[in-house]
Design a protein around this ligand. Structure first.
Ligand SMILES: *Cc1c(COP(=O)(O)O)cnc(C)c1O
Length: 349
Protein backbone atom coordinates (compact mmCIF):
# COMPACT_ATOMS: atom_id res chain seq x y z
CA UNK A 1 0.00 0.00 0.00
CA UNK A 2 2.76 2.49 0.86
CA UNK A 3 4.19 2.11 -2.63
CA UNK A 4 0.85 2.87 -4.22
CA UNK A 5 0.44 5.90 -1.96
CA UNK A 6 3.85 7.20 -3.02
CA UNK A 7 3.03 6.58 -6.66
CA UNK A 8 -0.31 8.41 -6.36
CA UNK A 9 1.45 11.35 -4.71
CA UNK A 10 3.98 11.61 -7.51
CA UNK A 11 1.19 11.59 -10.11
CA UNK A 12 -0.63 14.38 -8.26
CA UNK A 13 2.59 16.39 -7.99
CA UNK A 14 2.65 16.81 -11.77
CA UNK A 15 -0.56 18.87 -11.66
CA UNK A 16 -0.28 22.58 -10.80
CA UNK A 17 -1.60 23.42 -7.35
CA UNK A 18 -1.49 26.41 -5.04
CA UNK A 19 -1.27 26.03 -1.30
CA UNK A 20 -4.36 27.47 0.37
CA UNK A 21 -5.35 25.27 3.29
CA UNK A 22 -3.88 23.52 6.31
CA UNK A 23 -3.23 19.91 5.38
CA UNK A 24 -3.35 17.17 6.46
CA UNK A 25 -6.52 18.00 8.38
CA UNK A 26 -6.85 16.37 11.81
CA UNK A 27 -8.12 12.80 12.02
CA UNK A 28 -9.95 12.45 15.29
CA UNK A 29 -11.33 9.36 16.99
CA UNK A 30 -14.71 10.09 18.57
CA UNK A 31 -14.17 8.20 21.81
CA UNK A 32 -17.43 8.92 23.55
CA UNK A 33 -19.69 8.49 20.55
CA UNK A 34 -17.86 5.33 19.43
CA UNK A 35 -18.50 3.77 22.79
CA UNK A 36 -22.15 4.77 22.69
CA UNK A 37 -22.69 3.38 19.17
CA UNK A 38 -20.56 0.23 19.35
CA UNK A 39 -18.79 1.30 16.15
CA UNK A 40 -15.41 2.99 16.01
CA UNK A 41 -15.96 6.41 14.43
CA UNK A 42 -13.19 8.67 13.14
CA UNK A 43 -13.89 12.21 12.07
CA UNK A 44 -11.82 13.66 9.22
CA UNK A 45 -11.83 17.33 10.10
CA UNK A 46 -12.14 19.09 6.74
CA UNK A 47 -14.18 21.70 8.57
CA UNK A 48 -10.69 22.85 9.63
CA UNK A 49 -9.10 23.14 6.17
CA UNK A 50 -8.78 26.93 6.47
CA UNK A 51 -8.08 29.29 4.85
CA UNK A 52 -10.42 31.30 7.07
CA UNK A 53 -11.88 30.01 10.35
CA UNK A 54 -14.77 28.74 8.25
CA UNK A 55 -13.09 26.14 6.09
CA UNK A 56 -14.60 23.16 4.35
CA UNK A 57 -14.15 20.63 1.60
CA UNK A 58 -14.08 23.17 -1.25
CA UNK A 59 -10.62 24.41 -0.25
CA UNK A 60 -9.10 21.11 -1.43
CA UNK A 61 -10.69 21.56 -4.85
CA UNK A 62 -9.75 25.24 -4.97
CA UNK A 63 -6.05 24.47 -4.54
CA UNK A 64 -6.15 22.89 -8.01
CA UNK A 65 -8.76 25.23 -9.52
CA UNK A 66 -6.96 28.41 -8.47
CA UNK A 67 -3.71 27.09 -9.92
CA UNK A 68 -5.56 26.58 -13.19
CA UNK A 69 -7.01 30.11 -13.02
CA UNK A 70 -3.49 31.50 -12.55
CA UNK A 71 -2.25 29.41 -15.48
CA UNK A 72 -5.03 31.00 -17.58
CA UNK A 73 -3.90 34.48 -16.49
CA UNK A 74 -7.27 35.22 -14.93
CA UNK A 75 -7.84 38.34 -12.85
CA UNK A 76 -11.44 37.46 -11.99
CA UNK A 77 -12.96 34.17 -10.83
CA UNK A 78 -16.68 33.50 -10.95
CA UNK A 79 -18.79 30.68 -9.63
CA UNK A 80 -22.33 29.66 -8.75
CA UNK A 81 -24.28 28.35 -5.79
CA UNK A 82 -27.18 28.91 -3.43
CA UNK A 83 -27.29 32.14 -1.41
CA UNK A 84 -25.76 30.26 1.55
CA UNK A 85 -23.27 28.37 -0.62
CA UNK A 86 -20.20 27.19 1.31
CA UNK A 87 -18.45 26.76 -2.00
CA UNK A 88 -19.07 30.38 -3.03
CA UNK A 89 -17.82 31.69 0.32
CA UNK A 90 -14.69 29.54 0.24
CA UNK A 91 -14.04 30.56 -3.37
CA UNK A 92 -14.19 34.21 -2.29
CA UNK A 93 -11.63 33.57 0.48
CA UNK A 94 -9.36 31.78 -1.99
CA UNK A 95 -9.70 34.60 -4.55
CA UNK A 96 -8.73 37.21 -1.98
CA UNK A 97 -5.75 35.16 -0.95
CA UNK A 98 -4.69 34.96 -4.60
CA UNK A 99 -5.42 38.62 -5.39
CA UNK A 100 -8.22 37.75 -7.81
CA UNK A 101 -11.64 39.39 -8.00
CA UNK A 102 -14.43 37.07 -6.70
CA UNK A 103 -17.74 37.14 -8.55
CA UNK A 104 -20.62 35.07 -7.17
CA UNK A 105 -23.82 34.19 -8.99
CA UNK A 106 -26.17 32.96 -6.30
CA UNK A 107 -29.63 31.43 -6.37
CA UNK A 108 -31.78 32.71 -3.55
CA UNK A 109 -33.78 29.68 -2.46
CA UNK A 110 -35.09 31.05 0.81
CA UNK A 111 -35.55 34.77 0.15
CA UNK A 112 -32.46 36.42 1.66
CA UNK A 113 -32.40 39.94 3.02
CA UNK A 114 -29.32 41.55 1.49
CA UNK A 115 -29.57 44.50 3.86
CA UNK A 116 -29.18 42.06 6.80
CA UNK A 117 -27.12 39.23 5.33
CA UNK A 118 -26.57 36.17 7.50
CA UNK A 119 -24.22 33.18 7.51
CA UNK A 120 -22.14 32.81 4.37
CA UNK A 121 -23.87 35.70 2.63
CA UNK A 122 -22.60 37.97 5.40
CA UNK A 123 -19.08 36.56 4.97
CA UNK A 124 -19.32 37.07 1.18
CA UNK A 125 -20.13 40.74 1.82
CA UNK A 126 -17.23 41.16 4.25
CA UNK A 127 -14.93 39.48 1.75
CA UNK A 128 -15.95 42.09 -0.82
CA UNK A 129 -17.22 39.62 -3.39
CA UNK A 130 -19.35 40.93 -6.24
CA UNK A 131 -22.69 39.23 -5.57
CA UNK A 132 -25.54 38.64 -7.99
CA UNK A 133 -28.52 37.21 -6.15
CA UNK A 134 -31.24 35.65 -8.28
CA UNK A 135 -34.63 34.90 -6.67
CA UNK A 136 -36.52 31.68 -7.45
CA UNK A 137 -39.67 33.59 -8.57
CA UNK A 138 -41.70 30.42 -8.21
CA UNK A 139 -39.56 28.59 -10.76
CA UNK A 140 -37.87 25.27 -10.15
CA UNK A 141 -34.22 25.28 -9.11
CA UNK A 142 -33.33 24.12 -12.60
CA UNK A 143 -35.19 26.95 -14.38
CA UNK A 144 -33.66 29.48 -12.01
CA UNK A 145 -30.24 28.02 -12.69
CA UNK A 146 -30.75 28.59 -16.42
CA UNK A 147 -31.64 32.22 -15.66
CA UNK A 148 -28.57 32.59 -13.41
CA UNK A 149 -26.26 31.23 -16.08
CA UNK A 150 -27.73 33.55 -18.71
CA UNK A 151 -27.20 36.59 -16.48
CA UNK A 152 -23.69 35.41 -15.62
CA UNK A 153 -22.86 35.17 -19.31
CA UNK A 154 -23.96 38.77 -19.86
CA UNK A 155 -21.96 40.10 -16.91
CA UNK A 156 -18.85 38.15 -17.91
CA UNK A 157 -19.13 39.33 -21.53
CA UNK A 158 -19.22 42.94 -20.37
CA UNK A 159 -16.25 42.43 -18.02
CA UNK A 160 -14.24 40.82 -20.80
CA UNK A 161 -15.07 43.72 -23.07
CA UNK A 162 -13.36 45.94 -20.48
CA UNK A 163 -10.28 43.74 -20.85
CA UNK A 164 -10.76 41.57 -17.77
CA UNK A 165 -9.85 37.88 -17.87
CA UNK A 166 -12.51 35.75 -16.18
CA UNK A 167 -12.16 32.15 -15.05
CA UNK A 168 -15.27 30.02 -14.49
CA UNK A 169 -15.57 27.51 -11.67
CA UNK A 170 -18.69 25.32 -11.87
CA UNK A 171 -21.08 24.99 -8.93
CA UNK A 172 -19.38 23.18 -6.06
CA UNK A 173 -16.07 23.25 -7.95
CA UNK A 174 -17.28 19.98 -9.43
CA UNK A 175 -15.11 19.35 -12.44
CA UNK A 176 -12.20 17.00 -13.03
CA UNK A 177 -9.55 19.50 -11.90
CA UNK A 178 -11.41 20.25 -8.66
CA UNK A 179 -11.95 16.56 -7.97
CA UNK A 180 -8.21 16.05 -7.86
CA UNK A 181 -8.34 17.70 -4.44
CA UNK A 182 -10.30 14.69 -3.21
CA UNK A 183 -8.10 12.16 -4.94
CA UNK A 184 -5.38 13.71 -2.81
CA UNK A 185 -7.66 13.69 0.24
CA UNK A 186 -8.26 9.97 -0.15
CA UNK A 187 -4.54 9.35 -0.37
CA UNK A 188 -4.06 11.49 2.74
CA UNK A 189 -6.51 9.50 4.87
CA UNK A 190 -5.30 6.16 3.51
CA UNK A 191 -1.79 7.01 4.64
CA UNK A 192 -3.01 8.16 8.05
CA UNK A 193 -4.72 4.84 8.67
CA UNK A 194 -1.78 2.87 7.32
CA UNK A 195 0.63 4.66 9.63
CA UNK A 196 -1.64 3.92 12.60
CA UNK A 197 -1.75 0.26 11.62
CA UNK A 198 -5.54 0.44 11.25
CA UNK A 199 -7.95 -0.46 8.48
CA UNK A 200 -11.19 1.46 8.00
CA UNK A 201 -14.23 -0.38 6.68
CA UNK A 202 -16.49 2.51 5.64
CA UNK A 203 -16.20 6.15 4.67
CA UNK A 204 -19.32 8.30 5.03
CA UNK A 205 -19.78 11.76 3.55
CA UNK A 206 -22.42 14.15 2.24
CA UNK A 207 -22.62 14.32 -1.53
CA UNK A 208 -23.92 17.38 -3.37
CA UNK A 209 -22.44 18.39 -6.71
CA UNK A 210 -20.43 15.17 -6.66
CA UNK A 211 -16.87 16.47 -6.98
CA UNK A 212 -15.93 15.18 -3.56
CA UNK A 213 -17.35 11.74 -4.28
CA UNK A 214 -15.72 11.57 -7.72
CA UNK A 215 -12.32 12.35 -6.22
CA UNK A 216 -12.73 9.87 -3.38
CA UNK A 217 -13.71 7.05 -5.75
CA UNK A 218 -10.87 7.88 -8.14
CA UNK A 219 -8.49 7.86 -5.16
CA UNK A 220 -9.83 4.51 -4.02
CA UNK A 221 -9.24 3.08 -7.52
CA UNK A 222 -5.75 4.49 -7.64
CA UNK A 223 -4.79 2.80 -4.38
CA UNK A 224 -6.83 -0.37 -4.91
CA UNK A 225 -8.45 0.23 -1.53
CA UNK A 226 -11.36 -1.90 -0.38
CA UNK A 227 -13.05 0.66 1.83
CA UNK A 228 -16.76 1.14 1.11
CA UNK A 229 -17.57 4.75 0.29
CA UNK A 230 -21.08 5.53 1.54
CA UNK A 231 -22.47 8.76 0.12
CA UNK A 232 -25.51 10.46 1.56
CA UNK A 233 -27.35 12.70 -0.95
CA UNK A 234 -28.47 16.14 0.21
CA UNK A 235 -31.20 16.68 -2.35
CA UNK A 236 -29.49 17.92 -5.50
CA UNK A 237 -28.83 14.51 -7.04
CA UNK A 238 -31.59 13.90 -9.55
CA UNK A 239 -31.59 11.87 -12.78
CA UNK A 240 -28.28 10.71 -14.15
CA UNK A 241 -26.41 11.62 -10.96
CA UNK A 242 -24.31 8.48 -10.77
CA UNK A 243 -23.39 8.71 -14.45
CA UNK A 244 -22.32 12.32 -14.01
CA UNK A 245 -20.14 11.51 -11.01
CA UNK A 246 -18.68 8.43 -12.72
CA UNK A 247 -17.67 10.58 -15.67
CA UNK A 248 -16.03 13.10 -13.34
CA UNK A 249 -14.06 10.36 -11.59
CA UNK A 250 -12.86 8.93 -14.91
CA UNK A 251 -11.85 12.40 -16.09
CA UNK A 252 -9.87 12.91 -12.91
CA UNK A 253 -8.06 9.62 -13.58
CA UNK A 254 -7.42 10.83 -17.15
CA UNK A 255 -5.78 14.00 -15.81
CA UNK A 256 -3.46 11.74 -13.81
CA UNK A 257 -2.83 9.73 -17.00
CA UNK A 258 -4.13 6.55 -15.43
CA UNK A 259 -6.00 3.75 -17.15
CA UNK A 260 -8.20 2.70 -14.21
CA UNK A 261 -11.94 3.23 -14.70
CA UNK A 262 -14.67 3.52 -12.09
CA UNK A 263 -17.72 1.27 -12.16
CA UNK A 264 -21.31 1.60 -11.09
CA UNK A 265 -20.79 -0.81 -8.18
CA UNK A 266 -18.15 1.54 -6.71
CA UNK A 267 -20.96 3.95 -5.90
CA UNK A 268 -23.28 3.57 -2.91
CA UNK A 269 -25.42 6.68 -2.89
CA UNK A 270 -28.29 6.95 -0.41
CA UNK A 271 -31.01 9.45 -1.27
CA UNK A 272 -33.30 8.80 1.70
CA UNK A 273 -31.85 11.17 4.31
CA UNK A 274 -32.31 14.68 2.96
CA UNK A 275 -35.93 14.96 4.06
CA UNK A 276 -37.95 17.55 2.16
CA UNK A 277 -35.09 18.87 0.07
CA UNK A 278 -31.89 20.87 -0.27
CA UNK A 279 -31.53 23.54 2.44
CA UNK A 280 -34.66 22.22 4.18
CA UNK A 281 -33.73 21.00 7.67
CA UNK A 282 -34.62 17.44 8.66
CA UNK A 283 -35.58 16.35 12.14
CA UNK A 284 -33.02 13.54 12.09
CA UNK A 285 -30.36 16.00 10.97
CA UNK A 286 -31.14 18.36 13.85
CA UNK A 287 -30.88 15.39 16.21
CA UNK A 288 -27.47 14.50 14.75
CA UNK A 289 -26.27 18.09 15.27
CA UNK A 290 -27.28 17.95 18.94
CA UNK A 291 -25.81 14.47 19.44
CA UNK A 292 -22.34 15.33 18.11
CA UNK A 293 -22.31 18.70 19.89
CA UNK A 294 -23.37 17.11 23.18
CA UNK A 295 -21.07 14.07 23.07
CA UNK A 296 -17.97 15.55 21.45
CA UNK A 297 -18.38 19.35 21.35
CA UNK A 298 -18.23 19.46 17.54
CA UNK A 299 -20.70 21.23 15.25
CA UNK A 300 -22.25 19.77 12.11
CA UNK A 301 -24.19 21.87 9.59
CA UNK A 302 -27.89 21.42 8.82
CA UNK A 303 -27.63 21.29 5.00
CA UNK A 304 -24.94 18.64 4.43
CA UNK A 305 -23.07 17.02 7.28
CA UNK A 306 -26.01 16.65 9.68
CA UNK A 307 -28.01 14.75 7.08
CA UNK A 308 -25.03 12.57 6.20
CA UNK A 309 -24.36 11.91 9.88
CA UNK A 310 -28.01 10.98 10.45
CA UNK A 311 -27.69 8.51 7.57
CA UNK A 312 -24.61 6.94 9.13
CA UNK A 313 -26.33 6.70 12.53
CA UNK A 314 -29.35 5.07 10.92
CA UNK A 315 -27.11 2.54 9.15
CA UNK A 316 -25.48 1.74 12.48
CA UNK A 317 -28.84 1.34 14.21
CA UNK A 318 -30.18 -0.88 11.42
CA UNK A 319 -27.06 -3.05 11.43
CA UNK A 320 -26.16 -2.12 7.83
CA UNK A 321 -22.86 -1.28 9.50
CA UNK A 322 -21.89 -4.19 11.69
CA UNK A 323 -20.99 -3.56 15.34
CA UNK A 324 -17.24 -3.34 15.79
CA UNK A 325 -16.69 -1.80 12.34
CA UNK A 326 -14.34 1.11 11.84
CA UNK A 327 -15.90 4.10 10.10
CA UNK A 328 -14.57 7.42 8.82
CA UNK A 329 -17.02 10.31 8.73
CA UNK A 330 -15.74 13.09 6.50
CA UNK A 331 -16.64 16.42 8.11
CA UNK A 332 -16.90 18.61 5.02
CA UNK A 333 -17.56 21.85 6.94
CA UNK A 334 -20.55 24.16 6.54
CA UNK A 335 -21.27 25.08 10.16
CA UNK A 336 -21.70 28.74 9.18
CA UNK A 337 -25.23 27.62 8.26
CA UNK A 338 -25.90 27.51 12.00
CA UNK A 339 -25.94 31.30 11.66
CA UNK A 340 -28.02 31.37 8.50
CA UNK A 341 -31.74 32.01 8.18
CA UNK A 342 -34.14 30.07 10.39
CA UNK A 343 -35.60 28.31 7.32
CA UNK A 344 -32.26 26.58 6.84
CA UNK A 345 -31.49 25.98 10.49
CA UNK A 346 -34.83 24.58 11.62
CA UNK A 347 -35.69 23.51 15.14
CA UNK A 348 -32.26 23.10 16.51
CA UNK A 349 -32.35 23.03 20.30
C1 LIG B 1 -20.24 21.31 -0.95
C2 LIG B 1 -20.39 20.58 0.31
C3 LIG B 1 -20.55 19.18 0.33
C4 LIG B 1 -20.70 18.35 -0.90
O1 LIG B 1 -19.56 18.30 -1.69
P1 LIG B 1 -19.72 18.07 -3.26
O2 LIG B 1 -18.36 17.98 -3.75
O3 LIG B 1 -20.47 19.26 -3.79
O4 LIG B 1 -20.53 16.84 -3.46
C5 LIG B 1 -20.64 18.55 1.55
N1 LIG B 1 -20.59 19.25 2.70
C6 LIG B 1 -20.47 20.58 2.73
C7 LIG B 1 -20.45 21.27 4.05
C8 LIG B 1 -20.35 21.30 1.53
O5 LIG B 1 -20.23 22.63 1.57
Amino acid sequence: MMNRIKEARSLLKKIPKVKLGFFPTPLQRLDRLSEEMGVEIYLKRDDLTGISQFGGNKIRKLEYLMADAVKENADTVYTYGASQSNHAMQTATACNRMGLHPLLFLTDIIGSDLSHPEGNLLLDRILGAEIHLEPLLGDSLKDTSIRVHRKAKERIASLEKEGRRCYEIPMGGANAIGSLGFVEAFVEVAEEFLLRGLKADYLYHATGTGGTLAGLIAGKKLLGSEIRIMSIGVGIGGDGYKEKVMKLADEALDLLEREERVHEEDFEVFEDYYGKGYEVPSEEGSKAIRLLARTEGIFLDPVYTAKAFSGMLDHIEKGIIEKGSRVIFWHTGGATALFAEREILGDIY
